[in-house]
Design a protein around this ligand. Structure first.
Ligand SMILES: Cc1cc2nc3c(=O)[nH]c(=O)nc-3n(C[C@H](O)[C@H](O)[C@H](O)COP(=O)(O)OP(=O)(O)OC[C@H]3O[C@@H](n4cnc5c(N)ncnc54)[C@H](O)[C@@H]3O)c2cc1C
Length: 437
C-alpha cells in the first residue's frame, strides 16, 4: 500500500493500483482541507467522509462557530421566523463523520513544500496556524462590492444588504418593524450573476406582504439592474400584480445603482439611457454586486473584473488554474445558479471527484445536479422552481436537461399556493439535514 508521501509523489500515475477501499485502521492517504462551512463546504466535507471513509482525512475550517442560513432569511426580515431557526452547528459533522473542525479564517494559501501539497494559513483570533493538505476545497461564499458613497457614511451603517444572513438580517428586520404607515422601503437588485436569482423578488414580495398587513399606505419600490425579473418571472410577476399592485409594490427594471447617500438614505440610479434618478427611502436595502469570497481572490483565482468568480472544471469543481484546488458554491464560475441547493449538489460532485482522484480515477464524465427552490411570495403562499442539470461535453458546462421530456427548461410552479408554503418547510429541513446532519 502507498503511504502519503509515495502517493503524493506519484500523483497522476495512471497505472498504479487502486487504493480503495482502505481498512478502518489504515492511515489516510488523502488530506483535504475545506475552507468555509456553508452550504457547499459542509456538503463536501460530509460526503468526503461518508463516501471516502477513513481513507480521507477532512479538516473543515470555518470562521464562525455555527452556520447561519441565508435560505429562509427573508422570513426572518419580516419577523415570521426567528434568527435561531437559521442556525446550524457543526457538532454532527465532527461527531458522526469524524471531520476535524477548526474555527478560524483562512488568510493564505501556498504550495506546501512536498510535491502536490498545499499549505494554508489560518487566523484564529489573530493567532496564526498552518494546515497541510493534498487537496483544498474553497467554499467561502461571496464578498460584496462597496457601493460608492456620496454623503457621510453612517456609523453603524444604516444601508444594509442583509444578503449574507447574520447581524444585518436582524437589523433589517428592526428597520422594517420601525417603519411608519405611508413610508417607503426601497430595495435594489444587482446585475446577474448574483447569489440566489429568485431571492430579491422573494424579499420584495414578503416585505410588501408585511407592509400591507402592518403599515397602511407603506410601499416597496424595487430597482432592478437587470432588464426584467431574472427567475420565476411568471410567479413573481403574477404576485407583484395580483397580490400587491403598484400602490404597494413598484417594480422598475434596468435601473443600476450609481451611489448612495447613507445619511439621507438616498440612492442614485441610472436608467437604461444613463439618465440619473435620485430616490429617497425610509428604509434603503441595497444589495451590491458581489464576487467570489476573499480567499479565492487571494489565491488569484477570481481576479477578472467582468466575471469575478473562479473558473472550474464542473465535473470536479477543480480550478482550471491551480490543480489540486477546488472551488465550490457561490464562488465558482459555472452555468449553475448561485444557490444553496446547488451548492450542496456541487459539493457532492466535488467530493466524489476528489475520492476518485485519490484513487487515480478521472471524475464522473457526466455528473448531474438538481436545483430546487421554494420562494415565499407572502406569509402563506409560496411558488417553486426546479431543474436538473447534466454535464454537456460539447460546451464543457452544465445544461438543463429535463430527464423525462428532454426539454431544456426549468419547471416552475403554475401558481403560488399554501400547499407549496407547507412543502417549503419540509424542503428546507431536508436540504439542511443533508448538508449538516
Ligand atoms: C436572502 C437569501 C435567500 C436565499 N434563498 C435561497 C433558497 O431559497 N434556496 C437556495 O438554494 N439558495 C438560497 N439562497 C442562496 C444560498 O444561500 C447561497 O447560494 C449559498 O449559501 C451558497 O453556499 P456557499 O457554501 O457557496 O456559501 P455560504 O453558504 O455563504 O458559506 C460560506 C461560508 O464560508 C465561510 N468563510 C468565508 N471565508 C472564509 C475563510 N477565509 N475562512 C473560513 N471560513 C470562511 C463563511 O463564514 C460561510 O460560513 C439565498 C440567499 C439569500 C441571501
Amino acid at each position: 500500500m502507498l503511504n502519503r508521501r509515495s502517493f503524493v509523489s506519484s500523483l497522476g500515475g495512471a497505472s498504479l493500483a487502486a487504493l480503495w477501499p482502505l481498512s478502518a485502521n489504515a492511515a489516510p492517504v488523502g488530506r483535504v482541507i475545506v475552507v468555509g462551512g456553508g452550504m457547499a463546504g459542509a456538503a463536501v466535507a460530509k460526503y468526503l467522509r461518508l463516501w471516502g471513509g477513513n481513507a480521507v482525512a477532512v479538516t473543515l475550517v470555518e470562521q464562525a462557530t455555527r452556520y447561519t442560513s441565508n435560505i429562509m432569511s427573508n422570513l426572518v426580515v419580516t419577523g415570521q421566523m426567528s434568527m435561531s431557526s437559521l442556525y446550524f452547528g457543526y457538532g454532527t459533522l465532527t461527531k458522526k463523520y469524524g471531520i476535524k473542525q477548526v474555527t478560524g479564517r483562512v488568510v493564505g494559501i501556498e504550495p506546501g513544500g512536498l510535491g502536490g501539497t498545499w499549505k494554508l494559513t489560518v487566523s484564529t483570533g489573530g493567532v496564526l496556524s498552518t494546515l497541510y493538505g493534498e487537496r483544498v476545497v474553497l467554499a467561502p461564499g461571496v464578498q460584496f462590492d462597496a457601493v460608492p458613497e456620496t454623503g457621510q457614511p453612517t456609523v453603524p451603517a444604516t444601508i444594509l444588504h442583509a444578503w449574507e444572513a447574520g447581524p444585518q438580517t436582524e437589523q433589517l428586520r428592526q428597520q422594517l418593524a420601525a417603519m411608519q404607515p405611508g413610508q417607503t422601503f426601497v430595495m435594489t437588485i444587482p446585475p446577474k450573476p448574483y447569489r440566489c436569482p429568485p431571492g430579491p423578488y422573494e424579499r420584495a414580495c414578503v416585505v410588501a406582504d408585511y407592509l400591507k398587513r402592518n403599515k397602511p399606505g407603506a410601499r416597496v419600490m424595487v430597482f432592478d439592474a437587470n432588464a426584467g425579473i431574472t427567475a420565476e418571472a411568471e410567479s413573481f410577476g403574477h404576485a407583484f400584480d395580483t397580490l400587491y399592485g403598484p400602490s404597494i409594490l413598484e417594480y422598475h427594471p434596468s435601473m443600476r445603482v450609481a451611489s448612495v447617500d447613507s445619511a439621507s438614505r438616498t440612492v442614485t440610479l441610472l436608467d437604461a439611457g444613463n439618465a440619473s434618478h435620485a430616490v429617497k427611502a425610509d428604509v434603503l436595502n441595497v444589495i451590491p454586486p458581489h464576487r467570489a469570497g476573499a480567499i479565492v481572490q487571494t489565491a488569484g483565482l477570481a481576479n477578472a473584473t467582468s466575471v469575478p468568480y473562479a473558473a472550474v472544471d464542473v465535473r470536479s469543481f477543480e480550478s482550471t488554474q491551480l490543480p489540486g484546488i477546488h472551488v465550490v458554491g457561490d464562488s465558482s464560475r459555472t452555468t449553475l445558479p448561485k444557490a444553496g441547493h446547488v451548492g450542496n449538489q456541487g459539493g457532492k460532485i466535488c467530493a466524489d471527484a476528489i475520492i476518485r482522484a485519490f484513487n487515480f480515477q478521472p471524475p464522473d464524465p457526466m455528473p448531474t445536479a438538481n436545483s430546487a427552490c421554494y420562494s415565499p411570495v407572502s406569509s402563506t403562499l409560496a411558488s417553486w422552481l426546479t431543474a436538473v442539470y447534466q454535464y454537456d461535453p460539447a460546451t464543457g458546462s452544465m445544461v438543463i436537461r429535463d430527464q423525462v421530456t428532454g426539454s431544456a427548461a426549468a419547471t416552475e410552479a403554475k401558481a403560488a399556493s399554501s400547499d407549496n408554503f407547507g412543502k417549503m418547510g419540509k424542503w428546507f429541513k431536508t436540504l439542511m439535514s443533508d448538508t449538516f446532519a
